[in-house]
Design a protein around this ligand. Structure first.
Ligand code: ADP
Ligand code: MG
Length: 390
């Protein structure tokens, strides 16, 4: 049952749809953003991630058309786009509509037959704040097409279509995590995803905790270039380790013991990069076991270790991220805190007891300001269900 603010957003979306199209939508879908609790820089190493779908979402209202046109109103951007389902290509003039164009293209490429549609969308997932508003937009679009055309497509395949759309139509070579959890998340649970096989499990979160995302407000160009360097170093580690471990395909296949034994085969810096990834895989299974027995403190410890590893071995932190993590760790009700995303700015993710949220927010904002002279944006999230028709 939608809560009152979601109900209000739906009502107002209905009104906007009527105003633009002169009729009622046939379907309204929601698709959430996400936050990742554990497993950073592990996706491209075929490893594990542990995201939640959050209680912020794209709402997408749609009705079928008799022709093969798609007409879109992006209410938050006050923009309109129209395109035909037979001439799908990225639009340089309206890049925001490339997610919808790409989703339509890759659904059809898989043999799904689509009708045209009228659609209006609105979102409360902040853009570019590390909560993956783009995946929410893609998944909402795919759910709308699926509902209007009765498509027989599994949710993992739908997530893959969305990822492909982001790769090919938005030019962002993202992993599968964001789209996957937006489609398959579960309220009160995190989603453990094997980025190689796409096998997944829902893992119940301890009661009475919130996931808090804090944004440094800093974005550095370095994040993109260093990301490519890290990927290259991981590939190099695999190539060199294959000399003695011929069966490994990715760092995910290497145990901490194997890395300790054969570490001398790697240049020092590559060894440290590999150590972050290899220990992340080992840490994930322990952390998930801790969640299962309700040991929030042990899970928080895994978040802290993950942060230390990202800072010291993977070297993707920066002074602003350190200030946020330090401030978070000073709050008694904070179970764990770490940087999330590519690094060099961007966001942290923390697990915080319900009763400590107000103190956390106040303390982190004030300490961060004192340390850096900047304002931190604090976004308090709960684990929500993945996308669905409302
Ligand atoms: P994020 O980290 O939030 O995913 P991206 O740059 O990957 O940031 O994606 C943001 C893009 O997604 C926006 O520039 C826009 O094209 C699209 N998008 C996000 N939210 C909306 C919205 N409310 N309406 C229309 N398009 C949106
Ligand atoms: Mg994105």
């Amino acid at each position: 049952m939608p809560n009152s603010s979601l109900r209000q957003r739906i009502t107002s979306l209905h009104a906007d749809f009527r105003e633009h199209f002169g009729s009622e939508p046939a379907v309204v879908v929601r698709a959430p953003g996400r936050a990742n609790l554990l497993g950073e820089h592990t996706d491209y190493n075929d490893g594990f991630v542990l995201p939640i779908a959050i209680d912020r979402c794209v709402l997408f209202a749609a009705a079928p058309r008799t022709d093969r046109q798609v007409v879109l109103h992006a209410l938050d951007l006050d923009e309109t786009a129209a395109f035909g389902l037979d001439e799908l290509a990225p639009s340089p003039a309206q890049p925001w509509s490339n997610y919808q164009r790409g989703v339509a293209h890759f659904l059809q490429a898989r043999g799904h037959r689509l009708r045209g549609m009228n659609a209006a969308l609105t979102s409360d997932v902040p853009i570019g704040s590390g909560l993956s508003s783009s995946a929410a937009v893609e998944v909402a679009t795919a759910f709308a097409f699926r509902a209007l055309n009765n498509l027989d497509i599994s949710l993992p395949d739908l997530a893959l279509v969305c990822q492909q759309a982001e790769h090919e139509f938005a030019g962002v070579p993202c992993g599968i995590m964001d789209q996957f959890v937006s489609a398959l998340g579960r309220r009160g649970h995190a989603l453990l995803l094997d980025c190689r096989s796409l096998a997944y499990e829902h893992v119940v979160l301890p009661p009475g905790v919130r996931v808090v995302v804090c944004d440094t407000g800093v974005r550095r160009e370095l994040a993109g270039s260093e990301y490519r360097v890290r990927r290259g170093q991981c590939e190099e580690a695999v190539r060199r380790l294959q000399a003695v471990l011929p069966d490994i395909r990715a760092l995910r296949d290497v145990t901490p013991e194997q890395l300790a034994e054969h570490g001398a085969l790697l240049p020092e810096i590559v060894h440290r990069r590999a150590r972050h990834v290899v220990h992340s895989t080992a840490r994930m299974s322990e952390a998930v076991a801790a969640l299962r027995r309700g040991a929030a403190a042990a899970f928080g410890q895994a978040m802290r270790e993950c942060h230390a590893s990202l800072r010291d071995d993977y070297e993707v932190s920066c002074p602003e991220l350190e200030a946020l993590v330090d401030a978070a760790n000073e709050v008694a009700g904070c179970t764990g805190s770490r940087l999330t995303g590519a690094g060099f700015g961007g966001c942290t993710v923390s697990l915080v007891a319900d009763g400590a949220i107000a103190e956390f927010e106040q303390h982190v904002v004030q300490r961060y300001r004192a340390q850096t002279g900047r304002e931190a944006a604090v976004i308090v999230c709960a684990a929500e269900d993945g996308a669905g028709v409302i």
